[in-house]
Design a protein around this ligand. Structure first.
Ligand SMILES: [Fe+2]
Ligand SMILES: [Fe+2]
Length: 287
């Protein structure tokens, strides 16, 4: 199967609805106002309720309850509110796929969320200035797996079977089955959703950080690579890769961190993941 075979059917995949798209575009417009963003969100009542619930979750640790979207945007910023809207969209795209694959979509969502939270945390720890973009990069890094699961569930099943029986990585199994690399598909999907370039590159490079040695995105690719490795190692959720887990020493060098730093990161991440638990049950929150 070629990359084209997936890309040709990419239109069959869920894409952010017009309201989420509007949120993405308003959030990346430096001249936009909080009022403008709040108005775009308010067009969808259930999205508004969900966003406000997540705004008030332990993850953001606000000192008091926020009831108005305007205020949430002023306090947390445009990009964080955009991230919440995209999390809600991604959650429903992953969980509402009822096709015949054998995977547990909730566990896949957990892997996405764990990587998002970890990327934001690592960005903060190494002093990377744009931590909100890292959250979304982590959240969407494996969205290409959703594409494969959606379009060719039998192929996804074949990959998971192979990683299990041969104890090889998801990417190695994709190679053996002549499937396109999911990270490349992730990049293509994110591009279509008009998200910033940094998100496109960090997703498409997460299994090959060495290829980005001369790129301005070397550090973000390294962050996603390292956190993906760690979240898999911690067995938080499931990314359906059962062997061949490798950590690139190049990625550690790019960020100037030593392997023992990862123990510290893992300890902090466990705490953040407890605080992020409301993101795991987005659906149950609205009756
Ligand atoms: Fe991946
Ligand atoms: Fe992953």
């Amino acid at each position: 199967m070629e990359l084209q075979d997936i890309l040709i059917r990419i239109d069959d995949l869920p894409t952010p609805d017009p309201i989420v798209q509007k949120i993405v575009s308003v959030a990346s417009d430096p001249d936009a106002s909080a009022k403008e963003l709040a108005e775009a969100i308010k067009l969808d009542a259930s999205l508004t309720v969900r966003i406000l619930r997540l705004v008030n979750s332990a993850y953001y640790g606000l000192p008091r309850k926020i009831v108005a979207l305007n205020e949430a945007i002023m306090i947390l910023g445009f990009k964080t509110v955009r991230n919440i809207a995209l999390s809600i969209f991604t959650y429903s795209s992953v969980l509402k796929n009822k096709k015949k694959s054998n995977i547990d979509h909730y566990q896949l969502w957990k892997h996405f969320l764990g990587t998002a939270v970890g990327c934001e945390l690592l960005a903060q720890m190494v002093g990377y200035p744009n931590k909100e973009e890292l959250f979304i990069s982590g959240l969407l890094h494996d969205i290409g797996k959703v594409a494969l699961d959606y379009i060719f569930p039998e192929a996804f099943n074949a990959v998971t079977k192979l990683t299990k029986t041969l104890q090889i990585s998801f990417v190695q199994a994709e190679d053996r089955l002549n499937l396109p690399n999911h990270s490349i598909v992730s990049g293509k999907m994110i591009e279509r959703w008009n998200l910033p370039e940094i998100v496109v590159h960090s997703a498409s490079g997460h299994h090959a950080p060495n290829n980005f040695s001369d790129s301005v995105y070397a550090d973000v690719v390294a962050i996603v690579h390292i956190v993906d490795f760690l979240v898999n190692l911690m067995r938080y959720g499931d990314s359906y890769t059962y062997g061949g887990l490798t950590l690139s020493s190049f990625a550690l060098n790019v960020l100037g961190i030593k392997p023992r730093f990862l123990t510290n990161l893992a300890d902090k991440l466990k705490i953040r993941l407890v605080e992020a638990e409301d993101f795991l049950k987005i659906e149950q929150e609205v009756s």
